[in-house]
Every structure is written in structure tokens, then in C-alpha cells.
Design a protein around this ligand. Structure first.
Ligand code: DP6
Length: 360
């Protein structure tokens, strides 16, 4: 149990509580791949918080009539009841029980909606868990009004992490770091923080256009994916590399070295996939179209000198990363050369955003 995040209040709990929050998705530049129990990452990761891909959540709690009643949880996705989400939330509530002890006195109804289509191959767990965590800490704020905004946000990241590791990085905006790093004093395994080093202006409004190569369900679940790193022949080297990459990336982000940024970010994406290709069991999560797009990006970059690079999640979709000043040229390139590689020619435009917020 982490004392710092344990909630205590002598205030009488209300019969009904209703709270609303929003949180965006994020894209990792240095990847989190491999974890220990209760979502402790094996390495530091660093991400851009996005702006347009986000989840809005309304959490309604109603006091149980008797303390012995089993907690009922109902979840509505886009107004439609979705019982398949209930086990994940039940597990989450069990994990956070000691940090939000008031929860067990209530039944919960969650109304949630994503700004991105359900069938986009974009995981909603980061934005979804972050939005729910913000709802929970907002309840604490109402029960314990003297708690600071900074502490609430830290706790939101702590709780979000217990729902889904990468969700810890969706509370704060801009560039966010999660995981203990030997060279960064304030870094923590338990929650994510905005990067404290100075960020060059070229990176503060970076663009991320997500090419939806495969809009299907994830082929490999996150939990299976992370577990592939247990006993993986290259695990230790990979974790050490991620620590080094986190330090290096910070210096490129400070000095505006876009060339080195691109080299590091693409290498991180390919390493993530390489890890999956040589784990047991092994997986190839890129599609033929993913590779076509990567080759086109490289040829375009050579020809135009426009600093466009890519990153990948644990799937086939490609995130195109580039400075805002090249938005028109890159959009033209997408229309002309890339969108035909996407399923139904679909892509989503996003950019660095400000993080989650309370909506009342
Ligand atoms: C490849 O956060 O989805 O996107 O902690 O099991 O919920 P769980 O995993 P999750 O893993 C994300 C992995 C990744 C890389 C990253 O976002 O850092």
C-alpha cells in the first residue's frame, strides 16, 4: 500500500455522487514494454499527450442500501450498455480499493464516449482509464477540499496506471515521463509527470497523423504483450536501451535536434516490433501496408528534407510525427500517397495537447 495515495476523510458521504472528466490518448516515443506486478514498468517511457483522440466519462455513484450488497457496475459506451467492459472495471475497482475506500459503499454507473471511432484500432484504455481516474480524484476533492490540484493530478496518474500502464501518461499534457530513471530525481514508477527539462518550441505543437492501416481489434492484448518480455532473451538489453534512449531523447527535445529525435523515435518503434518478433510465442503485428508506408516516408524524407518520421504502437497503424510548420505539405503527401494504404482510406489528425481535465 502506498501511504501517499491513501484517502482519508471524516466527511459524511453523500447518497449520490456524479462527476465528469475528459482525458486524451497519448503516443509513446520511448516505449513501455514489459512490466512487473501492479503495473510497475520495467523501463522509463516518454510520450506526447494528444489532443483530439480523447475519452469523456461521467461517473455516477449511488450509495448501497446495505454495506454487504455486492457492488453493481454498469457501463454505457456511447449510450449503449456494454457489459463486456465490466470485468475490467471490477478488477480496476478491486485494485484501487485501498486508495479510494469510499468506493465500496456505492454502486457505479459509467457513461463513456470516445472521440475516435470504436473500430479504429486505436486503444481507448489509456484515455478511458485516465478519464475515469480523474472522475475519482474529483470525488476526493469534494470530500477533502484542501487537497492541492497538483496532488490530485498525481493521484489521478497513480490510479490510472493501475487500470492501464500507459494511462498514467494521459493525465498531464505535452511531454510526459513515466518510470523510475536513475538520472531524473523526481521520476517514479507509480505515476507519470510532465517532463521537467526545457522543451524546444518545435516540439511543443508537434503533429501526429494516425494512419488507420488496420481498424480491427488488437491481435495481441497488452497483458500478453508485456508478459512476452518475461524471460525474453533480449529483455535486459532492451530495458537498458530504453533508459539510455529516455536520457538522449530529453536532450534532443531540449535542443530541438529533430534529426536525432526522428532516428531515436523510429528505432524505438522498430525495436518494439522486433521484441515481439523474437519472443516466444512470436508475433508480426505490422501489416504489408505498414511497411509500404514506412518506405514511402523514408523516400519522401530523402527527397523533400521534410522531417517526417513514424512511430508504431503494438499494431499495424502508423503514427506520422512532424513539426506543425510542415502540416500542409504532409497533408498533401497523405492525400496523394499514403491514404490508399489505410483501411477505408481512414486517418485521424491529432497533435500535442494539454492533458486531461475535470468537466464538473
Ligand atoms: C506498445 O498501457 O496498453 O502502447 O499496462 O497492460 O494496460 P497495460 O498496457 P498498455 O501498454 C502500452 C504499450 C505500448 C507502448 C506505450 O504506450 O508505451
Amino acid at each position: 500500500m502506498t501511504e501517499e495515495f491513501t484517502f482519508t476523510s471524516r466527511v459524511q458521504l453523500p447518497q449520490k455522487i456524479s462527476t465528469k472528466a475528459m482525458a486524451p490518448s497519448n503516443i509513446a516515443l520511448v516505449k513501455y514494454w514489459g512490466k512487473e506486478d501492479i503495473q510497475i514498468p520495467k523501463n522509463t517511457s516518454l510520450s506526447f499527450t494528444l489532443s483530439n483522440c480523447k475519452t469523456k466519462t461521467l461517473l455516477e455513484l449511488e450509495a448501497k442500501k446495505k454495506a454487504s450488497e455486492e457492488t453493481q457496475i454498469r457501463i454505457f459506451l456511447d449510450e449503449e450498455e456494454t457489459p463486456s467492459f465490466v470485468p475490467k472495471i471490477q478488477k480496476f475497482f478491486r485494485l484501487i480499493n485501498e486508495y479510494c475506500p469510499y468506493l465500496k459503499q456505492y454502486h457505479a454507473t459509467i457513461h463513456t464516449s470516445n472521440s475516435f471511432p470504436h473500430s479504429s484500432g486505436i486503444a481507448s484504455s489509456a484515455s478511458g482509464m485516465a478519464a475515469l481516474a480523474l472522475c475519482l480524484v474529483q470525488i476526493e476533492k469534494s470530500l477533502q477540499p484542501d487537497v492541492s490540484e497538483a496532488d490530485l493530478r498525481k493521484k489521478a496518474s497513480f490510479l490510472a496506471r493501475l487500470g492501464s500502464g500507459s494511462a498514467a501518461r494521459s493525465i498531464e499534457g505535452g511531454l510526459v515521463l513515466w518510470g523510475k530513471h536513475q538520472a531524473i530525481k523526481e521520476s517514479s514508477d507509480l505515476y507519470a509527470l510532465p517532463l521537467s527539462s526545457e522543451i524546444h518550441s518545435i516540439f511543443t505543437d508537434y503533429q501526429d497523423t494516425i494512419l488507420l492501416i488496420d481498424r480491427g481489434q488488437k491481435q495481441v492484448s497488452s497483458s500478453l504483450g508485456h508478459s512476452l518480455m518475461n524471460g525474453h532473451p533480449f529483455a535486459e538489453a532492451r530495458f537498458a536501451q530504453a533508459q539510455n534512449n529516455s536520457t538522449e531523447l530529453q536532450s534532443y527535445l531540449s535542443n530541438g535536434d529533430v534529426k536525432s529525435f526522428m532516428r531515436l523515435v523510429e528505432s524505438e518503434a522498430l525495436t518494439l516490433h522486433a521484441m515481439m518478433m523474437c519472443s516466444r510465442p512470436y508475433f508480426i503485428l505490422m501489416a504489408a501496408q505498414t511497411l509500404e508506408v514506412i518506405h514511402k516516408i523514408w523516400a519522401y524524407r530523402d527527397e523533400t528534407k521534410i522531417p517526417l518520421c513514424f512511430t508504431l504502437d503494438a499494431g499495424a497503424n502508423v503514427h506520422l510525427l512532424y513539426p506543425k510548420k510542415y502540416k500542409d505539405e504532409v497533408q498533401h503527401f497523405i492525400q496523394q500517397d499514403l491514404k490508399q494504404h489505410c483501411q477505408d482510406e481512414a486517418f485521424i489528425h491529432d497533435e500535442v495537447g494539454e492533458g486531461g481535465r475535470f468537466l464538473g
